[in-house]
Design a protein around this ligand. Sequence first.
Ligand SMILES: Cc1ncc(COP(=O)(O)O)c(C=O)c1O
Length: 405
Amino acid sequence: MTAALEQHDWSARLARRAQALGGGEITAILALAGATDVITFSGGFPDPQTFPAEILAGIAAKLIGQDAAVALQYSATEGLAGVRDYVARRLEFREGAAPGPGELMITSGGIDGMELLAKSYLDPGDVVAVEAPTYLGAIMAFRGYEADVRGVAMDGDGMRVDLLGDLLAGGLRPKIVYTIPDFQNPTGLSMNAERRHELVRLARRYGFLILEDVAYRDLGFGSAPPPSLWSLAPDMVVQAGTFSKIFFPGVRLGWAAGPAEIISRLVVAKQNSDQCAGALGQRMLEEYGRAGHLDRQIVSSRALYARRAGLMTGALSAHMPDGTTWTRPQGGFYVWLTAPDAVDTVALSAAARARKVAYVPGRPFYPAEAGAAQIRLAYSRVADHLIDEGIRRIGEVLRTALEEK
Ligand SMILES: Cc1ncc(COP(=O)(O)O)c(C=O)c1O
């Protein structure tokens, strides 16, 4: 006799902190990753043509053949010493400042650093101020620990630090202010130098920690970006970096640099999550980087993404209905588009899919209700010859929606 299967309602048992999370957006983006018949502007994916497969095959074979005891073993939680040294030297070269002892750890990608910080420093109800809009993975990481996430509006020069100042003067007391100062996700915009200095001044005055996410800092198309917040105030800033966009995301590697006291807490937090970033990937990065390959890869990636950004803004000028505006990124992966008010870009995703084109609607990038007429367009992984056609289809979807109003 077969026992009747008991029906369990697992959703009723979901932890309270997980209930408010949603999270379907990122899952949906990742689910589209393999779609071949859709022109997809949705994920923040690097182009696979930047992946140095041949060189990496050689490095992997060498490491497995000659260094298996390290490369195939657990790593120290803070990362292998040689890899930390490589990343520290790289920071010194780029930022003009090197992390001191205990001020740097290797993470399993950029999101890991944010998750570890949230886990270690956020109690339920703690306020985290973020750019509005911002990277939705970060909103989820903070909400995962029941933070009260507040948005600060942006303009063409990044976060409106003056508005943050008003909120602080009015009594808001964030524990953390999270920012992506360079070629931001989702807008492609950067914070100017003056605001960086002002943000640091506010952090010192009001005693909050700045979490600086530099995911796209290396991928500028023109002159070097202004000094990083971490280089301006290493005592007030944790910098979370990732190798996903400049090396390859399959390796899941990043770094966190900040005050030793904080980094040591993140190391403790990592001990009871994934314990360490994979040693094989760490050693591959080190070998690849020390041989100068990473710097060369970054130079050619910048040229590729600059060309695609140009193709996309050109296509937008040709195909968007009147009243639509968009950002003109100087680096990174994204253009942020604002359609006329009447448009609801969540509702239109289905029409876009029917025309075999995909984007991410604006709403999930905001901590509060906003962004209904906006969309994020990633040009990073769309072949040059498909960009114009994909944008033409989105233009058609928007125009049809506006005509139906
Ligand atoms: C601003 C920003 N930070 C962090 C990440 C996550 O990086 P990783 O994939 O290395 O966790 C992303 C990925 O899209 C991002 O856009």
